[in-house]
Write a protein that binds this ligand. Sequence first.
Ligand code: FES
Length: 170
Amino acid sequence: MKPEQVQQARQGQHDTDELAAVQRILQLHADEPGALLPILHDVQDALGYIPADAVPVIAEAQNLSRAEVHGVVTYYHHFRSQPAGRHVIQICRAEACQSMGADALLAHAELRLGCSAHGTTKDGAFTLEPAFCLGLCASSPAMTLDEQPYARMTAKGFDALVAQTEGGRA
Ligand code: FES
């Protein structure tokens, strides 16, 4: 087998494993009408994202159109259509954090990481996501790194966190 064929075979196995996980999740919700959101949450928890191949499978099981399922996946910021990087950074963009400079912090993060919000760094180390209230409004601007909260974040503090994580290889 040529290297590209090996890679394709690996990818095919990976896709099959993912769809098998989706099927198991669908079975768990088989008796729940209108379970689209819980199913999508379970798929993302299991796989880290909602694979494009899973959309028609979920749609059929829930008696919905692909467009309806795709619409829900893209409507909610929580759901990812692509796998996340090894570390996920969320920067709050809700009102209290905005009033304390969250937009400037996000702009700094985009510059520092070299990717835009909803994007992932080229080396796959960091995914940058906007969030809408992390429950730290009194200590804004707030962010999380791999679900660990950080309050009163500054550009300098952000750079330090990134540098500590994976040696700041972004
Ligand atoms: S508004 Fe940012 S944590 Fe609540």
